[in-house]
Ligand binder design. Sequence first.
Ligand SMILES: *Cc1c(COP(=O)(O)O)cnc(C)c1O
Length: 380
Amino acid sequence: MKPDPMNKKIIEFLEEHNPDSPCLVVDIDLVIEQYENLSRFLPLVEIFYAIKANPAKEILLSLLSLGSRFDAASIFEIRQCLAVGAQPCQLSFGNTIKKESAIAEAFQAGVSLFAVDCDAEVEKISRVAPGAAVFCRFLTSGAGADWPLSNKFGIAPDEVIDVLVKAKRIGLKPQGISFHVGSQQRKPKQWADAIAKAAQLFLKANKSGIKLELLNIGGGFPSRYKEGIPNLNEICEEITKALCLHFGSSVPRVIAEPGRYIAGDAGVIEAEVVLVSQKRHGGRRWIYVDIGKFGGLIETIGEAIRYKIETTRDGGATGPVVLAGPTCDEMDVLYDQSNYQLPLDLREGDKIRFLSAGAYTASYSSTGFNGFPPLREYYI
Ligand SMILES: *Cc1c(COP(=O)(O)O)cnc(C)c1O
């Protein structure tokens, strides 16, 4: 294996401890480095880590010590943040879909910033969190993103003002606008386009008597998977330029909610080859490993996220493979169409590593389907 020098600490840990397979190892120093890079490139933007990407206590604690805030998607994530010592004012309840009881509990705990994208959610918040601040999420196309978020959340820009007006009328503080350009976004221009739309909404709101103060530019900052991504500074320059261009001298408070970017590149999953089968039917070489869609690699759905893969036999001749997980489920195939090539001499028992696997892996892996335990995790 020719390890990525970035993952030196992780590789040393794996070699020294030889943990049972599969497992995720996250280097906390890399998490910190990612956070610091983003703060350096976006000095005026407050970072709210989207904890769903990886809610490990070690990550929350180290980000907290750096001054990070947190975007929580459920009351359980809010409790997790409070339990590690985050102040309620450092939290945003950023899911537009919340139970009334969850809103009430968060508000009583002191959280007072909530995401909305429709009248019914605004009404719910006004019932149990009177006077709370809300920001309204508008839709983006998700173009350029490997994991788009273009359908389930957000409303058309021309509906946003009505929701904010309603919020004001029933006693809430309509504080701002949010968007998410889609996760693993590879086109910097998508942020600029969304910021331009947001600026128009700020003007429109003003005309309706609402002075907005907050722009939430969401997440989407990419990890290093198989295909190339822009440098972080390119994305951040595009964002900064767009803020200046469209808001001029009245740039509001801006917050971002990176998830994948913070945790993704900081983690490696090590797994093991269980079976290699050259199938006569179909004529393809199938490699089955001990981790699949149910064990942490669910983002391979539709082959949307394509991890970089290293094996112990890298360096020799390679050939095409179908890569699949270990469970008795037909859909537990990782890559069939994405042209993965692996060493021809790869055999059972060999180690295989999925790089940049620190986000949306362990947090998705808790089912124990087929009796396989949830992904083992180490934070070093
Ligand atoms: C998932 C999510 C994020 C994080 O997105 P990434 O692409 O992982 O950075 C941020 N904000 C909201 C509201 C989300 O739902």
